[in-house]
Ligand binder design. Structure first.
Ligand SMILES: *Cc1c(COP(=O)(O)O)cnc(C)c1O
Length: 391
């Protein structure tokens, strides 16, 4: 057993320094409570960045994952497995999707979405109609191509050359979108309905409807990055449902596996047969154990749970708006951004951690992504700490 100091020293010595870690040495967890090496408990308002949809070690989820691990952990996509077929059907039954491609992460799901959009256009219109428009302040992942798709200049350095064929427009600016479309080489518009990493910023309903309309009229695919907003997070199964918008493709990842790595590309009617044998693939994609975890998550996100998510979100919002130090609260359901009046969000997050509450940040906001099944008792315990820190 390593001590805290040894863990930190080994981590610093042997792990690439890509993360600025906070001083939590997580040992175990149950529901929305994480326990560290020394037995200190933390309320978790982060779900491991929206991943642990059912909290830590939910018993049904553990049972599903363990029993699949004992039966068959992997065989590759050269063969058939039951969990993959079953999960794909569940996702199609629950959404606009007609077919699913399984990946392992959000960036990979977005790569699949980008490839499907480009190939759809290639098949129908030939080469050259390959541009994808994304929004300023978006976040789509860390691979070279998804970084290229990410509309933040801060991400466009060090790794040149980036992938061609992306253009950024300001969210809400219909004229800018019109101008970007004038080149007639656009095959898709890719967006987060609520920008997550960018600061928990919702797109306006008018703009979303405008984009949907433009896409339909010109056979441009609407690509919804639902990596953070999907799987019930915003109070509907997919965030696009809040707006009555049906995308052509959507990507899922974070909350899908309940803590196991899995991503999915949801392919709508137009491009359900676009990705054919040999055009895309993944060794780990649709791994049976990850699929079993995802099914355990999906089987729990029913209408009752979605309604609970909306109610809990409204409760948290109302409580936060009573706090003097809070300037604004954004987001939907259990995806919540808090703009503090004075405190820096990073400092506030580290003060919360010291007092036993795990929260995230997104730019100048504190970001909350609690487990979808968090109890009111756990919510209240976390809110007490947040109020202390923000007041
Ligand atoms: C987290 C995130 C990604 C990237 O997901 P990874 O699993 O880290 O590759 C992409 N898009 C959005 C909207 C995200 O929030």
């Amino acid at each position: 057993m390593l001590t805290k100091d040894e863990i930190r020293e080994w981590d610093n010595a042997y792990i690439a320094g890509t993360y600025a870690r906070s001083p939590l040495y997580a040992e175990s967890g149950k529901g929305a409570i994480c326990t560290d090496k020394e037995g200190k408990e933390y309320i978790d308002f982060s779900s491991g960045i929206g991943v642990n949809s059912l909290g830590f070690c939910d018993s049904g989820w553990v049972e599903a994952v363990c029993s699949q691990a004992k039966k068959l952990q992997h065989i590759s996509n050269l063969y058939y497995t039951e969990p993959q077929a079953e999960l794909a059907k569940m996702l199609c039954d629950r959404s606009f999707a007609k077919k699913i491609f399984f990946a392992n992460s959000g960036a990979e799901a977005n790569e699949g979405m980008i490839k499907a959009a480009r190939k759809y256009s290639f098949d129908k219109y030939g080469a050259g109609r390959h541009k994808i428009i994304t929004l300023v302040n978006s976040f789509h992942g860390r691979t070279v191509t998804t970084l290229s798709a990410t509309g933040q200049q801060a991400f466009h350095k060090f790794f040149d050359p980036f992938t061609e064929g992306f253009e950024f427009v300001e969210a809400g600016d219909e004229k800018a979108l019109e101008a970007a479309l004038s080149s007639d080489d656009v095959c898709g518009i890719m967006l987060e309905f609520i920008q997550g990493e960018g600061g928990v910023i919702e797109l306006s309903e008018d703009y979303i409807r405008y984009v949907e309309d433009v896409c339909h009229k010109r056979d441009i695919l609407l690509l919804a990055d639902e990596v953070q907003t999907g799987i019930g997070r915003t109070g509907s199964f997919l965030c696009c449902e809040n707006y009555g918008v049906v995308p052509d493709i959507a990507s899922l990842a974070k909350g899908l596996g309940g803590g196991l790595p899995i991503g999915a590309v949801l392919l709508g009617e137009k491009c359900m047969n676009t990705l054919t044998a040999g055009t895309h693939g993944s060794t780990f994609g649709g791994n049976p154990v990850s699929c079993a975890g995802a099914m355990a998550v999906l089987s729990r996100i029913d209408e009752d749970m979605l309604s609970d998510i909306r109610k809990k979100g409204e409760y948290i919002r109302a409580e936060l708006l009573k706090v003097k130090g809070v300037a604004a609260v954004t987001g939907k359901g259990l995806m919540i951004g808090i703009l503090p009046k004075k405190t820096d969000s990073k400092i506030a997050a580290s003060e919360c951690l010291e007092r036993g509450l795990i929260v995230l940040t997104a730019k100048e906001k504190i970001r909350l992504l609690p487990p979808l099944n968090i109890s009111y008792d756990e919510i209240n315990r976390g809110l007490e700490i947040l109020k202390e820190v923000l007041s």
